[in-house]
Design a protein around this ligand. Sequence first.
Ligand code: ZN
Ligand code: ZN
Length: 104
Amino acid sequence: MRQLYEQILVDNEKRRFYAKCETSGEKRYSVKLPLSCRGEELLQLLEEGCAGGLRQKKYNSAKARAVQDLARYFNQCRKCGKWVCDEMFDPDIMECKQCNIRRV
Ligand SMILES: [Zn+2]
Ligand SMILES: [Zn+2]
């Protein structure tokens, strides 16, 4: 099953980490990108884990905080493994609403 970590991206304009619901596409923003981590080329290296040094450390810990924060708003479907927002999730059966098309 995929981790929420893999679903967390950086919004270049807002300079924040965010996660997107895989079903509705809704974005939820979280912690800010550290000052030393800004810049498009640098960001690419950081995302690949190749920037090294203090910047990489700062980026990694900021991203870890974003994961913790965003985990409160996303749920993992036990069937397809997608992380979706509360609206797209049925907590009774732990499945997303795409997997669980209700038989009414
Ligand atoms: Zn959603
Ligand atoms: Zn699902």
